[in-house]
Ligand binder design. Structure first.
Ligand code: CA2
Length: 149
């Protein structure tokens, strides 16, 4: 059974505690449950992680590249949070890893402040899903099932 790695970046540990109008009322634990169900449907195991630290996220993408090359990982669903809009390091990590990454955003970043309109991740990502609330995580896992090398 292959694994889907779901990575969450800075402040996503606060999901469900503030800004429900933007991000909804579900917590990150709820999102993990939703992802587990979507993975079961696709025949994937789930590895679900969150970090507030850019370097940790870089390490996890590099680790994902090794697991993908070994054939144990289907790919990565990545909500990089605000690092989406700032991080050349995450762009480079995704490109260098060779692992298919689906960029995911809960909100429609293009309908928000201009500083959220640019993503350093999108050019390195296999695809992007945004604006569907936390349901987007399940959509991204379904999309991973259709991703081939
Ligand atoms: O829409 C998304 O998923 C974002 O990646 C969320 C990031 C934001 O910086 C991106 O522009 C879009 C922010 C995540 C912070 O989440 C919070 C949730 C509840 C309370 C406070 C922050």
């Amino acid at each position: 059974m292959k694994t889907a790695l779901v990575l969450n970046g800075p402040n996503l540990n606060l999901l469900g505690t503030r800004e429900p109008a933007v991000y909804g009322a579900q917590t990150l634990a709820d999102v993990e449950t939703l992802c587990r169900q979507a993975c079961a449907t696709q025949g994937f195991g789930l590895d679900f992680r969150q970090s507030n630290h850019e370097g940790v996220l870089v390490d996890w993408i590099q680790e994902a590249g090794r697991a993908y090359a070994a054939g144990t990982l289907a790919g990565v669903v990545f909500n990089a949070g605000a690092y989406t809009h700032t991080s050349v390091a995450l762009h480079d990590a995704i490109k260098g890893s060779g692992v298919p990454v689906i960029e995911l955003h809960i909100s429609n970043v293009h309908a928000r402040e201009p500083f959220r309109h640019h993503s350093y991740l999108s050019p390195a990502a296999r695809g992007v899903i945004l604006g569907f609330g936390v349901a987007g995580y399940a959509l991204a896992i379904t999309a991973l099932a259709g991703v081939t090398a």
